[in-house]
Design a protein around this ligand. Structure first.
Ligand code: FAD
Length: 573
């Protein structure tokens, strides 16, 4: 029998993924209770954390927005505050706020097959004193929407001599609200999307902003407003106009991505030519012509060509070189050149992590995710009742987050209909000889490569694939078979015979009738915390904290410039 739980579904994270999952649960599986555990003191995740000047999306909001809530602003490339307003509206309109427990960080999740439930260990931070107490919660299913990078610690790129610098060192992840760059000389190290956003934004007030990169990145200028979307909105109801624009944009994204992959030389020549035309006085061969093919790493989108404008105006420039050392007054480059600076911004990237850095234990064994196989790119072999949200490297994150959340609801509904309480992806006998491939293939960005060894393996056949293809995913998640022979639907009594035995006899298929009552919490039950064990107060890590004041120091961050800063998804042309 399924043990009593405090809540049917525990959602981790109140960012785009967690809020979307809550909406889908309420809509598709209204019989399930849920609670959102959020480590920080506000919703929004990425869009609340990053507050550097100009912070914005670099994929269009018609695909970064939810399938169920039209994006109605004129700008398709939106700034951070507008995205936060959109998320706040989503939460308010759907009564999601009352389900969120702020300052609750999942530290450990322990699955017990005999009771078919997760016991979650949560660090609960007092926002006033920063004291942390431990509590626990029992849940039937775990949806992890914790993003993909560490909130507490960005990537430490080890920039030599950084501690000698007499000026201010800032990391975009911990932007100091009071930073004054007026009339100052700024060097932004990096050439990822964050650097491309910061440079034109700071160039408006600083004396001069230099983007220092180790190697170039492809840059694509696009209008911030989508003229077709805005025209459609004039004549059609918002939901229809949004749906049409979303379809247009997903099709275009896929088309351009395929073009770039199948005709890399042609695409490369076109991208470089467009840049050369936009900044005729710049050495585009040196600064804007990458050695790799388009989409081997992400392309950087600049809305309305703002970076080009700053370069043409002489308020920004690009230097392609490597750092010899940081000096008290600036940066000495390997070429011997010195870049004088008052402020150094280390836009050197994120540190990717899995499942919000929580420890996951299944029946007493800590899960090493690198030893698991990905199931449809959202679950893990031999880890029951768990979904995690991971978006696209070549399209907007939310497209996939939406699909994964709806698939979770299909799984929950299937369990309800069949009287089962546990669903576990398990290799079938024929899968035992699968060739392992990386979770994300053919993507050479440093941040992804650095993390790949900790990620689950991808197999060579369905359902052990992470195709990173919206069209295929859409079909699979929306209408693909739920009971596919690899996802085992069981009751605790079935599982006691052991995974090996189940795999060997090919059993553990779901029963055709609902013979066992599903013992998840009743719809009316309110989630209850089962125990609170006070522990010694500790201090919160930067990034988890919620006050608008953020550290202006970069904990251990230093770096060689690189174009590998973070996840990005861009419509290329
Ligand atoms: C600067 C920047 C710009 C980006 N721009 C784009 C873009 O234009 N288009 C695009 O598609 N993608 C973009 N991305 C990727 C972006 O992160 C996703 O689009 C999306 O915001 C991810 O949403 P999420 O909810 O999955 O994760 P997040 O936004 O990271 O939210 C995760 C939430 O989970 C919480 N959390 C984490 N661990 C725990 C835990 N253990 N316990 C409790 N809570 C936890 C966090 O506090 C956070 O609130 C960008 C990323 C960055 C950093």
């Amino acid at each position: 029998m399924f043990a009593a739980v405090d809540v049917d579904v525990a959602i981790v994270g109140a960012g785009i993924s967690g809020i979307g999952a809550a909406y889908h649960l309420q809509t598709m599986s209204p019989d399930r209770t849920y609670t959102i555990l959020e480590a920080r003191g506000d919703i929004g995740g990425t869009w609340d954390l990053f507050r550097y000047p100009g912070v914005r999306s670099d994929s269009d909001m018609h695909t970064l927005g939810y399938s169920f809530k039209p994006w109605t602003s004129a700008k398709a490339i939106a700034d951070g505050p507008s995205i936060m307003s959109y998320l706040r509206e989503t939460v308010a309109e759907n009564g999601i706020a009352e389900h969120i427990r702020f300052h609750h960080r999942l530290r450990r999740a322990e699955w017990d097959t005999s009771s078919a439930c997760w016991t979650l260990t949560i660090d609960q931070t007092d926002p006033h004193t920063a004291a942390v107490t431990e509590s626990s919660l029992r849940a039937g299913y775990l949806f992890v929407g914790a993003g993909y990078y560490s909130y507490g610690q960005p990537y430490d790129a080890q920039i030599p001599g950084l501690d000698q610098f007499d000026g201010e060192v800032v990391h975009p992840q911990f932007w100091p609200e009071a930073l004054d760059d007026a009339g100052k000389r700024v060097v932004v190290i990096g050439s990822g999307a964050t650097a491309m956003t910061l440079v034109p934004a700071m160039a408006k007030t600083a004396a001069k902003v230099t983007m220092l990169q180790r190697s170039p990145t492809y840059v694509v200028a696009r209008p911030a407003e989508d003229a077709i979307a805005n025209t459609l909105r004039k004549y059609l109801p918002d939901p229809l106009a949004y749906r049409l624009t979303r379809t247009k944009n997903t099709k275009l994204q896929q088309f351009f991505y395929r073009q770039a992959r199948s005709k890399p030389d042609k695409t490369k020549a076109k991208l470089v030519a467009l840049t050369a035309k936009a900044i005729p006085d710049t050495d585009v061969a040196t600064h804007f012509t990458p050695s790799y093919n388009p989409w081997d790493q992400r392309l950087c989108l600049i809305p309305d060509g703002d970076l080009y404008e700053a370069i043409n105006a002489g308020t920004a420039d690009v230097v392609t070189d490597t750092i010899d050392t940081v000096t008290p007054t600036g940066i000495r480059l390997t070429s011997g050149r010195d870049l004088e600076a008052d402020i150094i911004v280390t836009a050197t990237g994120l540190r990717m992590v899995t499942l919000g850095e929580a420890e996951v234990v299944v029946d007493g064994e800590t899960v090493d995710f690198s030893q698991t196989w990905t199931y449809k790119g959202f679950a893990y072999s031999d880890v029951p009742n768990l979904a995690s949200s991971f978006g696209y490297i070549n399209a907007s994150w939310t497209l996939r987050a939406d699909l994964i959340a709806t698939y979770m609801c299909r799984l929950l509904n299937h369990m309800r209909d069949t009287g089962t309480v546990q669903c576990t992806p398990r290799l079938r006998p024929e899968d035992s000889t699968m060739t392992a491939r990386p979770f994300i293939e053919n993507f050479s960005s440093g941040y992804m490569q650095r993390a790949m060894s900790a990620m689950p393996k991808q197999g060579d056949r369905e359902p052990w694939l992470n195709p990173q293809h919206y069209g295929r995913d859409r079909k699979m998640f929306r209408s693909g078979e739920i009971d596919d022979g690899a996802m085992r639907f069981t009751r605790p009594s079935d599982e006691t015979v052991g995974a090996a035995a189940l795999a060997a006899d090919g059993a553990a298929r779901e029963p055709s009738t609902a013979s066992t009552a599903v013992a998840m919490a009743s719809p009316s039950a309110r989630p209850v915390r089962v125990s609170v064990v006070p522990s010694a107060p500790t201090t919160t890590t930067p990034g988890w904290e919620t006050s608008p004041k953020r550290s202006n120091t970069t904990p251990g961050v230093s770096s060689i410039c690189g174009n590998d800063s973070e996840y990005r998804s861009t419509n290329p042309l």
